[in-house]
Design a protein around this ligand. Structure first.
Ligand SMILES: *[C@@H]1O[C@H](CO)[C@@H](O)[C@H](O)[C@H]1NC(C)=O
Ligand SMILES: *[C@@H]1O[C@H](CO)[C@@H](O)[C@H](O)[C@H]1NC(C)=O
Ligand SMILES: *[C@@H]1O[C@H](CO)[C@@H](O)[C@H](O)[C@H]1NC(C)=O
Ligand SMILES: *[C@@H]1O[C@H](CO)[C@@H](O)[C@H](O)[C@H]1NC(C)=O
Length: 382
């Protein structure tokens, strides 16, 4: 009886405090749970590939991004390999910062709120062949680092070093190293053995960027489920499929890359104890769009929105190109409902998918340590 009475009192107490304190309580609970205020960053510096390129490759090699890229949000090509915004755009917006200017873009650019060194087709390691001989960007991670060194040494805010110390540093790179391996003469197993070397190269650049910037807040995306992308499924039709229908060996290499990246982050935290380094499992966030498309508001997750032909609506003519069918010219344009699609052009995500992934990773549910994006300047609570 006494137990029951206590229980009842407990519930009354709970409901009372909720009613009386309302939204102030919610704020206080958050405040107590994390013990800290939201992070404020004066700038974001991003390093990466097409997953976070906001105009770098398009500035270096004009006219590589055609209509209907950008149609959904910018209503014109906006240097992004999507119909709209990327995850990094939503991250910048969440900190009330403008969309990041590409370091390589000399037009309408100032770097007062940070800079984006990412270019589409960038790798971590020196690529074998670069544009125009093959698809890789000359601006691989080592180059992105040297560009950052130059920006830091020539920019006005250097007068107060706090600007670089207090900035957020974000990374999303590695997918093209995997891509290069898959389309090389190496077997998957042979290429897989070079993953630790790729990660070492990432760590070296990370340490250099930390050393030169004195930065304290770092946000690292792991690599996505590359084996789910239509261009991989189309190129390797006989690859064994996993439970979602993605190319299993390709996703396994991505998972191995991510396991090694996570180990590297643990090591980096030891070497740089003052830095808050968040590892974000973008792989799982993206993978859930393939396993549970409807829960996330999507349909036909393996079918390219802007493409033409074949099982994945992905073929020899790319998004924005034209194809001749039975003597008629057909423009390879957007699908009717890009907001309900995961894949934009066979290799890149739609704005809707990017937004969905952003909302998943925002909460900390996919992060190590599991702090929300807004608390990413803090280290794990002990
Ligand atoms: C792959 O091997 C073939 C035959 O040995 C060779 O001709 C080709 O150049 C190689 N390609 C690459 C990317 O190494
Ligand atoms: C890659 O290498 C790791 C470590 O040797 C191994 O555990 C994993 O099974 C390999 N994956 C593939 C796809 O070869
Ligand atoms: C860190 O940067 C300084 C220049 O600011 C350089 O002299 C030093 O060698 C760098 N240290 C490492 C470990 O790279
Ligand atoms: C092209 O013509 C062939 C033969 O008439 C027909 O079977 C096919 O459906 C046509 N393709 C398109 C895209 O109209």
């Amino acid at each position: 009886m006494e137990f029951l009475a206590n229980l009842v009192r407990f519930f009354i107490y709970l409901s009372c405090s909720c009613m009386v304190l309302s939204s102030i309580t919610i704020f206080k609970i958050n405040f107590v749970a994390f013990g800290v205020e939201d992070c404020e960053f004066p700038a974001i510096f991003n390093f990466g590939d097409s997953n976070s390129d906001t105009g770098g490759l398009a500035a270096a090699f004009p006219s590589r991004i055609y209509k209907p890229y950008g149609d959904t949000f910018f209503h014109e090509p906006a240097g992004r390999f999507s119909d709209g915004r990327l995850i990094i755009d939503f991250i910048a917006k969440s900190f009330d910062l403008p969309y990041l200017s590409a370091y390589l873009d000399s037009q309408w650019t100032n770097f007062k709120d940070g800079a984006n060194f990412a270019t589409a087709a960038s790798t971590i390691r020196l690529p074998n062949l670069i544009i125009p001989n093959a698809g890789y960007s000359p601006f691989y991670l080592d180059v992105q680092y040297t560009q950052f060194v130059r920006l830091k040494s020539t920019s006005q805010p250097k007068t107060h070093g706090e600007y670089f110390k207090r900035a957020l540093y974000t990374f999303d790179i590695g997918q093209n190293d995997l891509n290069q391996g898959f389309f090389s003469n190496l077997s998957i197993g042979e290429f897989n053995a070079s993953v630790p070397d790729i990660i070492n190269s990432f760590s070296t650049n990370f340490k250099n960027i930390h050393n030169i910037s004195g930065g304290r807040s770092f946000w690292i995306h792991n690599t996505g489920p590359i084996g789910c992308l239509p261009y991989i499924l189309d190129a390797f039709p006989s690859a064994q499929k996993d439970e979602a229908g993605c190319a299993k060996p390709h996703n396994e290499v991505a998972q191995y890359f991510n396991a090694k990246l996570k180990e590297a982050v643990v090591q980096l935290r030891k070497e740089i104890p003052l830095a808050a380094i968040t590892y974000v499992d973008v792989y799982s966030a993206k993978y859930s769009l393939y396993t549970h498309p409807h829960d996330n508001g999507f349909e036909r997750p393996f079918v390219t929105c802007c493409g033409y032909g074949g099982k994945y609506n992905y073929g020899s003519v790319a998004c924005g190109g034209t194809i001749h069918v039975n003597g008629t010219q057909i423009f390879v344009g957007s699908c009717q409902r890009p907001w309900a699609r995961v894949i934009w052009d066979g290799a890149h995500y739609t704005e809707a998918a990017n937004k969905a992934v952003y909302h998943k990773i925002l909460t900390g549910a996919y992060s190590d340590p599991p702090l929300p994006l807004k608390k990413t300047c803090y280290k794990t609570p002990k």
